[in-house]
Design a protein around this ligand. Structure first.
Ligand code: MGP
Length: 198
């Protein structure tokens, strides 16, 4: 460790080695089975300040009030919330699967905490690995996920997973898994295999 600086002034905070990401985009997906998946996905708005984030958050429906089949996604501006985007295609997601009961007691809180993890860059230098987050409102059980750009980046993925699980306040007994999008996109049933768990 460092010895204390020999003067009375507070030491300057260390320069932050990672780049701050300033622009975020909010997306909305509304399920219309007569249309292709991609054409149901719409970018609603962009923002780059915390004040604008709250103005938007306070003016849209809570996730728990959306109808089944809808999603919200918050992604760094320029990254589309789809596997095919070049920034997503080698990546994957930390997936939190919720029970039906959790929609009424925890869903909105968990999603807000997820959004704050992203815009507050809670993962330190590994925040640059984050692409975005998605919430799926589904009758069979809602899902929240944080998408990262490189599934082979074990150190970054695990750091993000540990911090995220802690921030959500999930008990140590709750296990969450990370799946590569390549596996999710080609899975034959609803469960892609976990590449990592925390
Ligand atoms: P979903 O909306 O992520 O989960 O994917 P859901 O509805 O809970 O279904 P499950 O299969 O996980 O149980 C539903 C379907 O939407 C997928 O099977 C794809 O057909 C389509 N889809 C979802 N995503 C995230 C993408 C994507 O990024 N790209 C494309 N092309 N299709 C997607």
């Amino acid at each position: 460790g460092h010895s204390p600086a020999p003067h009375c002034f507070p030491a300057p905070s260390p320069p932050q080695a990672w780049q701050h990401h300033l622009e975020w985009a909010l997306w909305f997906f509304k399920n219309d089975r007569s249309r292709a998946w991609q054409s149901n996905l719409h970018r609603v708005t962009k923002f780059n300040t915390v004040e604008d984030f709250w103005a938007i958050y306070n003016n849209i429906q809570l996730a728990s009030k959306l109808s089944s089949g809808c999603d919200y996604a918050l992604f760094k501006d320029g990254i589309k919330p789809m596997w095919e985007d070049s920034r997503n295609k080698r990546g994957g997601r930390w997936l939190v699967s919720l029970t039906k009961q959790q929609r009424h007691i925890e869903l909105d809180h968990l999603w807000l905490e997820t959004l704050l993890c992203l815009i507050g860059e809670s993962f330190g230098e590994h925040s640059q690995e984050v692409c975005g987050a998605v919430i799926n409102i589904r009758a069979k059980g809602d899902k929240i996920a944080v998408w990262t750009r490189e599934a082979e980046n074990q150190e970054g993925v695990l750091h993000i997973g540990r911090v995220y699980k802690e921030r959500l306040g999930l008990s140590t007994k709750t296990i969450i898994g990370y799946q590569a999008h390549a596996d999710t996109a080609t899975k034959s049933n609803s469960l892609a295999k976990n590449k990592f768990v925390v």
